[in-house]
Ligand binder design. Structure first.
Ligand code: V0V
Ligand code: CO
Length: 140
């Protein structure tokens, strides 16, 4: 079902500071930046590699407000890994297959994600404490 790890999402208080840190430590390049109002984030994608159906990235996330998912996460747990996103060929198909296994879907339908992708989230409590994102990358 999963083709690759699409990205690891990292919750940050200061996006510019963490972009500087990750670029300097690991020689990674920012390939996209976006404000996603629906998800309540300002984010940057740092490219790692290309794989089947899309690339692999580090996604740095700064909250747009304290009551957004990342804002609440920072208040509760501080900065660090927020979610793991897996690349799938068809996000709607993956949602229905995983939903049938009793995992709570946090989205009723796919949402707009970074770089034109289609995304959906699974409840962390049903996935061993890991907030899980499904990503169907935009066609290249
Ligand atoms: C919350 N919990 C987590 C968690 N966030 N566990 C693991 N990883 C996380 N990131 C735990 C939390 O500690 C609670 O456990 C329990 O889940 C319920 O959390 P809560 O704080 O009471 O509830 P909320 O209101 O914070 O909701 C949590 C969920 C919410 C996961 C439901 O954050 C959500 O809907 N997230 C999906 C959307 C999202 O995260 N968007 C931002 C990334 P205890 O303490 O009760 O044991 S946007 C993105 O990735 C984009 C745009 C992209 O990739 O393109
Ligand atoms: Co993400």
């Amino acid at each position: 079902m999963f083709m690759r790890i699409d990205h690891i999402g990292i919750a940050c208080r200061d996006l510019e500071e963490k972009i500087e840190l990750f670029s300097r430590l690991f020689d990674l390049e920012v390939v996209a930046r976006e404000v996603n109002e629906e998800q309540g984030v300002k984010e940057a994608m740092l490219h790692i590699a290309d794989g089947e159906g899309g690339g692999s990235y580090i996604q740095l996330l700064e909250p747009l407000s304290d009551d957004s998912p990342v804002g609440k996460f920072l208040a509760k747990r501080g900065e660090g890994v927020h979610h793991v996103a897996f690349g799938v060929p068809d996000v709607a198909d993956a949602m229905s297959k995983i939903g049938e296994k009793g995992v709570r879907l946090l989205d009723e339908r796919p949402r707009h994600g970074s770089m034109g992708s289609q995304i959906a989230f699974l409840h962390p409590k049903d996935v061993g404490g890991m907030l899980t994102e499904l990503v169907q990358a935009a066609k290249r």
